[in-house]
Every structure is written in structure tokens, then in C-alpha cells.
Ligand binder design. Sequence first.
Ligand code: HEC
Length: 166
Amino acid sequence: MKYGNRVGVIAAAAVVSAVAVAQTATPAKSAADAKVAIEARQEHFKTIKKTFEPLGAMLKPLSNGGKELDTAVVATNATRLQELAQAIPAKFTVDTRQFKDIKTDARDAIWASAADFKAKADAMASAAVNAASVARSGDVGATKKAIADMGKTCGACHDNFKAKAN
Ligand code: HEC
């Protein structure tokens, strides 16, 4: 278990340095362009949700719709979530701030504080690397904690950069 965690920390550090350069954004040229970009990034988050959901279910009691912990599924999905997290900033290279009529929960701060936004995506990628690594170690308790920690990185970004769902 200790070994697994250490590998996770090293791998997480490698992810962060591999994606250290922030993307530059250009304004959407038209409402149509903005719509395409907005729909593409929302699709990306739907994929993230679908990939994370089975792991979130493993934290719930079985009596309440929860699922048995399956470390192989955690390792596979967390690895995919790492890739999806790293791809988030590139989904925002079209700056859609000027097009307020198109429905989006993206807040202006994404482009005003691009480095912070990228740091939140990096945090999710690191948490995903850690979850995959801990899952491979087979430690059930540590795997559950790693899933929960990854879930917190969704909320940490949403708190600053996503409009509250209502
Ligand atoms: C780096 C920031 C960031 C991270 C990390 C992040 N999100 Fe989001 N998420 C956003 C933003 C911004 C939007 C709004 C996009 C829009 O409406 O244009 C969003 C939208 C969503 C949506 C709504 C998609 C739709 O149907 O329009 C879901 C679901 C979602 N995120 C789930 C997650 C989950 C689950 C995680 C973690 C595993 C996560 N997000 C991590 C920033 C983030």
C-alpha cells in the first residue's frame, strides 16, 4: 500500500509538469462558432460525468444504490479521467464570453484567470493518477479515499468557474 501511494505521488507530479503550459484563447468569431465550442465542451463534461459516476457509486452504501468497489474499474476509469482532465483547458480555447445568449454555465473567470482554471484541471488529473495507482495496489480503503479526493477536484473547479446549477 505504501509503495502504491508513492508511485501515485511520483506519477501525479509527472502529469503536472507535462501539462504546464497554459493554452491561449481566441474570441469566438460568431454566435455559431460560440455555439459549436460550447456544445463541444459540454459534451466533454458529460463524458467526464459518465466516466466518474461508476466510481462515485462505489462510495455509496449498497442499500442506497451503491456499487461494490471494483479496483480494476477504478484503475481503468481513473486513467481515462486523467486524460479527460488534461483535455479540459483545450476545450476552452474559444473564448465565448461575448455570446451571452447561448446557454452555458461557464463563468468569465475561465478566460480572465486561465492559469487558475488550468491548475484546477491539473488537480483533477493528479487526483485521477493517484486513484488509478492506489486502485492497482488493491487497498480498498485507500481507493475509496482516492475516489472521494478526485470528486473534490470537480467541486473545486465548479465553485470558481461554473455557474451554480439551478
Ligand atoms: C477545470 C475545471 C473543471 C473540472 C476539474 C471539472 N469541471 Fe465540470 N464543468 C466545468 C465547467 C466550466 C462547466 C460548464 C461548461 C459549460 O456549460 O459551458 C462544467 C460542466 C459540467 C457538467 C455539465 C455538463 C452539461 O451537461 O452541460 C457536468 C455534469 C460536470 N461538469 C461534471 C464534472 C465532474 C463529474 C468532474 C470531476 C470528475 C468535473 N466536472 C470536473 C469545469 C470543470
